[in-house]
Design a protein around this ligand. Structure first.
Ligand code: DC
Length: 220
């Protein structure tokens, strides 16, 4: 039997990370932040003075730098080019570069393969931009979180991050490969006004209605 996957997509600062993390904790599923993987490659490109928008150079990096995902202690751990990129992936320079590198098809192909493998290890709550449209099209637990752009920009500011949310959304939504878009069968969840816990409860209810049979869910 395949492990269940709850797919959560949406634009930057829509609140999907908080929601996905809490949902995973409630379900006892592994939380997977796929944005962190694109960020890791953006960081590596910057470290190596590679232009994140240059397809040939980035493809070279994708081929040559070993990338490893493991699950331990209920969390995903990354290793890229022999290092743990986690401490560096929220840097402002990474925020700026990541949408450009995320448009490179060779990188997307590589990461989609690695993301799919995680399902063999654990039930997942996976968040990103293309989880419902590309990575796990077959899951019936598919959600698209959205929120008013003004609210999203404010959220990033409150997190103390200089992040051009609107710019990133534009690049993410207009790229040729796996653009940010709601899957036809994803449930739209408006996160403008509701707080994260309310959204988690709503998604849990919808998962249960769709037959998520984890004992944990039934007990919630
Ligand atoms: O979720 P995030 O803001 O950390 O994602 C960083 C960038 O990575 C975002 O601008 C778009 C890209 N991304 C993507 O293209 N596909 C994913 N599955 C996840 C993130």
């Amino acid at each position: 039997m395949l492990n269940p996957v709850v797919a959560i997509d949406g634009p930057a600062a829509s609140g999907k990370s908080t929601v996905a993390r809490r949902l995973a904790a409630k379900l006892n599923f592994t939380y997977v932040d796929t944005g962190a993987m694109y960020r890791a490659f953006a960081w590596l490109a910057l470290e190596k003075n590679t232009d994140p928008a240059d397809r040939v150079s980035v493809s070279g990096l994708v081929e040559s730098a070993p990338f490893e995902l493991t699950i331990s202690g209920g969390a995903v751990h990354m290793k890229l080019d022999g290092r743990d990129p986690a401490p560096f992936i929220r840097e402002e320079r990474v925020n700026t570069a990541v949408s450009r590198i995320a448009a490179i098809p060779e990188l997307r192909e590589k990461l989609v393969i690695e993301q799919r493998k995680l399902r063999n290890l654990s039930p997942l709550v996976m968040e990103g931009r293309d989880i419902g449209t590309v990575v796990f099209t077959d899951t019936v637990f598919k959600f698209f979180l959205d929120a008013d752009p003004l609210i999203r920009a404010q959220r990033r500011q409150q997190q103390g991050q200089a992040d051009t949310v609107a710019n990133r959304d534009k690049v993410d939504s207009s790229r040729a490969v796996a653009p940010l878009t709601k899957a036809a069968d994803a449930i739209l969840v408006d996160a403008t006004y509701d707080d994260a816990d309310m959204i988690v409860e709503k998604i849990l209810r919808l998962c249960r209605e769709r037959g998520l049979s984890a004992k944990k869910v039934d007990a919630l």
